[in-house]
Design a protein around this ligand. Sequence first.
Ligand code: PLP
Length: 421
Amino acid sequence: MDLQTIALHEGYTKDSQGTMVVPIYQTTAYEFRDVQHAANLFSLKELGNIYTRLNNPTTDVFEKRFAALEGGAAALATSSGMSAIFFAIANAAESGDNIVCAKQLYGGSLTLNTHTLKRFGIEARYFDVHDMASLEALIDEKTKVIFFESLTNPSIDVADIEAITAIANRHGILTVVDNTVATPILCRPFKHGADITVHSASKYTTGQGLAIGGILVEREDLVSKLRTNPRYEHFNKPDASYHGLVYVDTNLPPYTLRARLSLARDLGAVLSPFNSWLFIQGMETLFLRMQEHSKNALALAEFLESHPKVKKVNYPGLKSNANYKNTQKYFEGGLCSGLLSFEVASLEEATKIVNATKLYSLVVNIGDSKSIITHPASTTHQQLSDEELAACGVPAGLIRISCGLESASDLIADMKQALEA
Ligand code: PLP
């Protein structure tokens, strides 16, 4: 099926009422038929609903639909994009291990990886997303994950997914790709060798800034990479916390299964059924919205590129952009989302422009139908030192725009008056 069709139908069989809209199963728990039924569910002899911290019928539709859009085998919805990232990493790495991450990451991911994971004994090592030699040099026998974003926020680089996954595969290491900005509509990392994707569903998935949520997706046949792989013994040995279950022997997608049965069970950062329902509604228009966001962003980027006050425009859809080749290779129709950034001379100049716009809301979010303007150095990246800011490509005069669905001419006119105010 095509993406437009999957986004509307996958994962939902109409109930006895013929309900067109996926129902919200707002419940904590589910009644078992009898003791044997309960025992079968807990031992996975039968699959079914147990408790909403483990699974929920509304969330199940969201997970199945999103996994199908991404071209994956299974998904686990989480309470936020951050928890999806944490689950994706913590499912592979433990104390004493390391992960190798792109420097060009969302600020929250940098903080998680550098500071919080360190407290759990996991070391984050950073490579430049355009420098494959710097990646390979960081790998050792304790490396459990290579983590990067397909389209980076806020530096707006496009990763060479096949080059990174080729290195990972040579070493038998899992790749985790944050595909939030691209969405499965524009980029499908599994086609290019990635193993796991994570998303902040809080962005384009709702499309209207309605809810916080996340999702982790596993590719088809990940089991063959995990089976007998010495880096991932915990998928191959009995799990003492789950009746000695050996994940690679279950005939179920093992990565999401373990994330669900151990991480979601023990940490509880799962999505509420209501938020799953909101994401399902958003997904119905995701295909159309991503075309429009991308067209608006390209028009605004072209305008900015021609403006004398603008030092640099970062939008990979521009022919002049260093990422253009990767965009053509990895992004459907060369469309590359509503996210762009541009640089002006100084912090003061950036502050003046951000304050002068009328149509763009000053908000730390992206992927809303309403256009958003952000100054990363004073907000999302505030916790980073000057050196860390420079390393992840966020100079003080950088302004980030998430182009919404207003008309391109209105967006350009408002930006022009702000630049010239
Ligand atoms: N990944 C990317 C690329 C993001 O931009 C964000 C949030 O801005 C996140 C992850 C975190 O998502 P959430 O806010 O849903 O936790």
